[in-house]
Design a protein around this ligand. Structure first.
Ligand code: AVI
Length: 323
């Protein structure tokens, strides 16, 4: 039996459209031009990201899933009984099952996701699989303040789950800001289970973001399609090429869209000039050392308790505590 959406109590914290347009135009006026990677995730972008996670070159999802599967019992022990589990950017909540299977006494599960369709589909699936678990979906941009819904059973503590190395898509200062927001949202005696992609051989990193089948290129270009459809822009998708490069100084992969020619475009009535070869930066994906990540999380008030790595040391899942 499926749980109709109507039975899910959804909290809505979706941002109004106006600041999004202003934010896009601000990035397109700067040098280099840039757009936040949060705009990747319309319905098609989310599907393309799911396809990326299946690619042979994109080791991140598979590696993190293996770590979570191997250490789920240890992670559940860190989380403890009666916790409120809050997943930031929950998407399809695919990795969550690995933890939920080990956490029969959670107070409630709170998936937080900007894409309403993804959020509701996932919340419905989780409710069906775990009928005794209270599922309280929150539709929100998790970088903006929002409140946690009240669960029927008072939680012993709140633990944030932030897998996928999505923290790497934030500039270091914004990542610290986000982890501070998590800490204040979660209150005293909180926990954070967070995945980070680790610095490794450049060839492995480069192939993960320049895959042979061109799915990452489609994902990158879909951003322009979204701007055309939702923000009245007129990008010619054929006049931009995808490239992902490794920036060693900043320890990050940068995704770019390169203008094939000189061109003038418009977005929300404003003209935007591109020179031939000019790059639009669409994403930074930072890679970490354990010490580097511990320093960043400490700056946000989190103490490193445990880290679980795969045998190649490609990826780490950390458990951090606020006390
Ligand atoms: C969501 N995020 C962690 C992905 C990453 O690897 O930075 C997004 C992505 N971009 C290109 N491929 C995947």
């Amino acid at each position: 039996m499926s749980v109709p959406y109507a039975q899910l109590r959804v909290s809505d914290w979706r941002p109004p459209r106006e600041p999004l347009v202003a934010d896009l135009l601000r990035g397109l006026r700067e040098t280099p031009k840039h757009i936040s990677p949060s705009y990747f995730y319309d319905a098609r972008g989310s599907q393309l990201f799911d396809a990326i996670c299946e690619l042979p070159e994109y080791y991140l999802t598979r590696t993190e899933t293996r770590i979570l599967a191997a250490h789920a019992a240890d992670i559940a022990r860190c989380i403890g009984d009666d916790a409120l589990l809050v997943e930031f950017g929950s998407g399809a909540s695919t990795k969550t099952h690995l933890l939920l299977d080990q956490l029969p006494h959670l107070s409630a599960y709170v998936p937080v996701e900007i894409s309403r369709s993804h959020l509701l589909d996932a919340a419905q699936r989780i409710s069906k699989t775990y009928p005794r678990l209270e599922v309280l979906p929150v539709c929100a941009d998790f970088t903006m303040p929002f409140e946690l819904p009240k669960s029927q059973r008072v939680p012993a503590r709140t633990v944030v789950f932030f897998p996928g190395s999505t923290i790497g898509n934030f500039e270091p200062a914004s990542g610290i800001e986000l982890m501070r927001l998590m800490r204040s949202l979660a209150g005293p005696n909180a926990g954070l289970v967070i995945g980070t992609d680790l610095v490794k051989e450049v060839g492995v990193l480069s192939r993960a973001y320049n895959d042979g089948a061109g799915v990452t290129a489609q994902f990158n270009l879909n951003l322009l399609r979204r701007l055309n459809r939702e923000f009245g822009a007129d990008f010619d998708l054929g006049a931009f090429a995808h490239e992902a490069i490794w920036n060693a100084a900043e320890a990050r992969i940068e995704m770019h869209l390169i203008s094939a020619r000189r061109q003038t475009l418009s977005l929300a009535g404003e003209r935007i000039e591109f020179a031939a070869g000019e790059r639009l930066v669409t994403e930074h994906s930072h890679k970490y050392t354990l010490a580097g990540f511990h320093a960043q999380s400490a700056a946000a008030g989190w103490h490193a308790c445990e880290a679980w790595l795969d045998e190649r040391r490609y990826f780490a899942v950390h458990y951090l505590s606020s006390s």
